[in-house]
Design a protein around this ligand. Structure first.
Ligand code: 6PG
Length: 248
């Protein structure tokens, strides 16, 4: 499968391209079936996009009442901890948009890690089965990429794929090295659309490696059965790609 690669000139342009895609997909799915279920990632890169979602023109173009936000992964820390993905997303956009509180599906990190993974897996099953799906099928999952080839909290040599309910796993690791809850590769690959958002020169080598051969690294195992895999890059992150894609 060949992913769709969208290279923007700057990190800000890449964030806008990703925000536009989020808004367009949300509107399309909300109109088609009445809801839009998206899982977002943590780290620094997506925050620029998240902040855009809370501003015009995206703020008024997204049907927030029909949007459900989940997380691809979360650190097992309190919401007010600076490393909390939920806390950052709340500050960056969720507190600024008219999304119903019940549509914000944070990972239950106050529970023990393994229990939190099982509970979140059950919540996903319940959410999607209540909407006629026999398994979780996200409309759009946004992922980041670590320099070691990790994505979400699926790290090289981690057992994330084996633990948890098969869809959601608990593990200890990453930076910061803490307990984490993460969607696993199988559930990521059932999504209708998966989009990586990666910027910066320091990611150019790993971006090329994942897109070229992947070397069995976690991010290279993201191969959605829908065939809808996108990479939103800035020029720097895409600078090592052998086959240059047109800038958008
Ligand atoms: C997390 C993220 C993680 C992130 C990458 C890239 O919670 O740690 O989900 O997978 O996307 O580590 O992080 P940066 O965007 O900060 O480089």
């Amino acid at each position: 499968m060949r992913p769709k690669i969208i290279i923007s000139k700057t990190a800000a342009d890449a964030a806008h391209a990703a925000a536009r895609f989020f808004a367009e997909t949300a509107s399309e799915e909300a109109s088609r079936k009445g809801f839009f279920a998206s899982a977002i990632s943590g780290g620094e890169t997506p925050r620029r996009m998240h902040r855009l979602l809370g501003k015009q023109p995206y703020l008024d173009s997204i049907p927030w009442k029909s949007v459900h936000i989940f997380w691809a992964d979360e650190r097992c820390v309190s919401a007010d901890d600076p490393s909390s993905n939920y806390g950052a997303a709340m500050r960056d956009f969720l507190e600024k948009v008219p999304i119903p509180n019940d549509n914000i599906h944070s990972m239950p990190v106050s529970l023990s890690p393994d229990t939190a993974a099982c509970v979140y897996g059950d919540r996903l099953k319940s959410f999607f089965s209540g909407r006629g799906y026999n398994e979780p099928v996200f409309d759009l999952i946004f992922l980041g990429l670590g320099s070691d080839g990790h994505t979400a909290s699926i790290f090289p040599d981690s057992e994330a794929d084996e633990k948890g309910s098969g869809k959601v796993a608990a593990l200890f690791g990453g930076t910061p090295k803490v307990f984490r809850i993460t969607l696993t590769i199988p559930i990521i690959n059932t999504a209708q659309r998966v989009a990586f958002l990666v910027t910066g020169k320091d990611k150019s080598a790993i971006v090329n490696r994942i897109i070229s051969d992947g070397g069995g690294l976690p991010a290279a195992r993201v191969i959605p059965s829908s065939g809808n895999l996108m990479w939103f890059l800035d020029r720097e992150a895409g600078s090592a790609l052998e086959s240059k894609e047109p800038y958008l």
